[in-house]
Design a protein around this ligand. Structure first.
Ligand code: HEC
Length: 96
């Protein structure tokens, strides 16, 4: 590998430190009782997908993480290193 390539690889790896480690795979899923409406899905796609690339793809994926999502947003743990606009926060916390 020449220097140009390794610099590129290093840059990719640096990007991944933040993004690529977010995976909820190891957490047990809950039972989906009510699918989130499109505003909830949009709020999560706008704010969470960039790190959680595979966690929240469909409304069903989001639904089985409801408790975790609300808890992490309410406590301010998520979005990691960021802050939600109030309307997004309200939408997620008042999940419908
Ligand atoms: C900047 C990247 C990033 C963003 C944006 C982000 N997350 Fe995360 N999230 C992570 C990482 C990394 C983890 C893995 C472990 C940790 O650090 O808690 C994680 C873990 C989680 C967990 C499980 C652990 C916990 O603390 O409950 C939940 C639930 C979660 N994220 C939900 C969300 C939701 C909902 C959003 C959008 C509002 C979001 N995340 C946005 C990076 C991110």
């Amino acid at each position: 590998m020449n220097t140009k390539h390794s610099a590129f690889a290093a840059a990719l790896a640096a990007l991944c430190i933040v993004g690529c480690y977010a995976s909820l795979e190891d957490y047990p899923k809950e039972k989906c009782t009510a699918l989130p409406n499109e505003n909830v899905v949009k709020a999560i796609h706008d704010n969470c997908i960039k790190c959680h690339t595979k966690d929240f793809t469909t409304a069903q994926d989001i639904c089985v993480r409801k408790g975790m999502i609300i808890d992490s947003v309410k406590s301010g743990r998520m979005p990691k290193m960021g802050k939600l606009y109030d309307h997004y926060r309200d939408t997620i916390l008042n999940w419908k």
